[in-house]
Design a protein around this ligand. Structure first.
Ligand code: FAD
Length: 407
């Protein structure tokens, strides 16, 4: 009897794993369980085209319903896994159903970090993680005049760009001294923040929300720790996410800022794997185990587990990459940088097309590209091959990075 695989979480990673398992010929029962209703969908457009009305709800879906039927993938949508019985190898669902597994994969993603300040429960204060969140925000942006975004991270900046385009007055509150502090180098962050400021957004750095004021249960203003009062009809909290590891924790799996997995993405129980936003994994290019929040990471980890379950095990060693679309600007990142990395500018910021190469100890660690797909693609190849560049080559735009990758 072939092994039954049960996947908890029908998001980007869970969907990809189910698809890759069937593509790879997995013959056994395959169940994909998702707490959210409806078909598995992609999140990136939720903070971009969907809010602008350019991406319809149906276009978010990763595949139509027939895809799951044709591949004999049992999709249990709108049901939550409440508990894992690791000894009996059974999961218990909120509906009362149970499913036995030979192998279980946790692809539970992450949940937005909400603020614990007075007024946080007011209508109009929301995060943006799910299609339901996005629908609510779309509706609110349709009538709102003033948006306050809390957190100048990727999602906060993307929403702010859209809101400016829709004609709202936008204030961005950020507790750090600049945007994207933990994510990208100063030149890239400054470029994106300046572009947003030119659209009319106002930044409030080193500022935190202390309270929300409301009228009749609806948010009307944000009070900051610097004594400012920012009028708001809608507030988007983009204060980062926490890995959704409660189920794993309750099942006694090792959890430490995410579900701890080994190089093959196996948890401390060899019958259970974890992938995507919820997993903390050892990476060859990082001294510390990593937890990444990106489509690439969820998809490639799903493929890695699918290959292992098909009898072709290999450690997970993919070079991470990521993108963020902010109006006319596309940021692409390859690799993983640390704050201490040397920063080499390639191209002129004023041209609106440049890259920043990050090096540590003479070794290339990451490349951040603005509107420069060629540098990004070359960077992915260089990082995968472990080829480094000198600072002189990095800064010289006439030097083709791709030539090193080819060599
Ligand atoms: P998810 O896609 O979050 O799926 C996890 C699923 O598991 C959820 O549906 C959840 O409800 C479900 N679940 C959790 N617990 C249970 C349970 N006990 N039982 C049943 N189901 C459960 N990445 C990029 O690379 N580029 C971008 O431009 C980009 N933009 C983004 C914009 C937004 C607004 C958001 C929210 C994310 C964006 N991301 C982007 C990040 C990317 O979408 C995530 O990294 C990716 O979705 C992670 O996939 P995942 O499968 O790990 O988790």
């Amino acid at each position: 009897m072939p092994e039954a695989v049960v996947i908890v979480g029908a998001g980007q990673g869970g969907f990809q794993l189910a698809a890759s398992l069937r593509d790879g010929g997995h013959p056994g029962p395959l169940t994909l369980i998702g707490e959210e209703p409806g078909l598995p969908y992609q999140r990136p457009p939720l903070s971009k085209g969907y809010l602008l009305g350019k991406t319809a709800a149906q276009q978010l879906e990763l595949r139509p319903a027939a895809f799951f039927v044709e591949r004999n993938i049992e999709l249990l949508a709108g049901d939550r896994v409440l508990a894992i019985d690791g000894a009996a190898r059974i999961v218990q669902l909120a509906s009362g159903a149970t499913r036995p597994y030979g192998h279980l994969v946790l692809a539970t993603g992450a949940r937005p970090r909400m603020l614990k300040v007075p007024g946080a429960e007011l209508a109009g204060v929301q995060a943006l993680r799910t299609a339901v969140d996005a629908r609510a925000l779309l509706r609110r942006l349709g009538t709102a005049r003033r948006l306050v975004v809390i957190g100048a991270g990727f999602i906060g900046l993307e929403v702010a760009v859209v809101a400016c385009e829709l004609g709202l007055q936008v204030d961005v509150l950020e507790s750090a001294e600049r945007a994207l502090l933990r994510c990208v180098s100063a030149p890239v962050a400054t470029y994106l923040a300046d572009a947003l400021a030119r659209r009319g957004a106002r930044f409030h750095f080193s500022s935190a929300a202390e309270a929300f004021h409301g009228e009749q249960g609806h948010v009307r203003a944000v009070l900051t720790n610097r004594g400012e009062t920012l009028a708001a009809d809608v507030v988007v909290v983009g204060a980062g996410v926490e890995p959704d590891d409660a189920l794993a924790r309750a099942a006694g799996l090792q959890v430490q800022g995410g579900i701890v997995v080994d190089a093959h993405l196996l948890t401390s129980d060899p019958a259970i794997s974890a992938i995507g936003d919820c997993a903390r994994f050892p990476a060859p290019y990082s001294a510390q185990p990593l937890r990444l929040e990106s489509v690439q990471n969820a998809v490639d980890q799903a493929r890695c587990v699918a290959a292992r379950l098909a009898g072709k095990p290999a450690p997970y060693e993919k070079v991470p990459w990521f993108w963020s679309d902010q109006g006319e600007n596309r940021l692409q990142i390859a690799g993983v940088a640390e704050a201490s990395d040397e920063v080499v500018l390639r191209g002129a910021v004023g041209d609106g097309k440049f890259s920043v190469l990050r090096l540590r100890g003479g070794r290339l660690t990451a490349v951040e590209s603005i509107n420069n797909a060629a540098d990004h693609m070359a960077a992915r190849k260089l990082l995968a091959a472990g080829v480094t560049v000198t600072c002189e080559q990095a800064a010289d735009t006439s030097f083709k990075l791709a030539s090193l990758a080819a060599a």
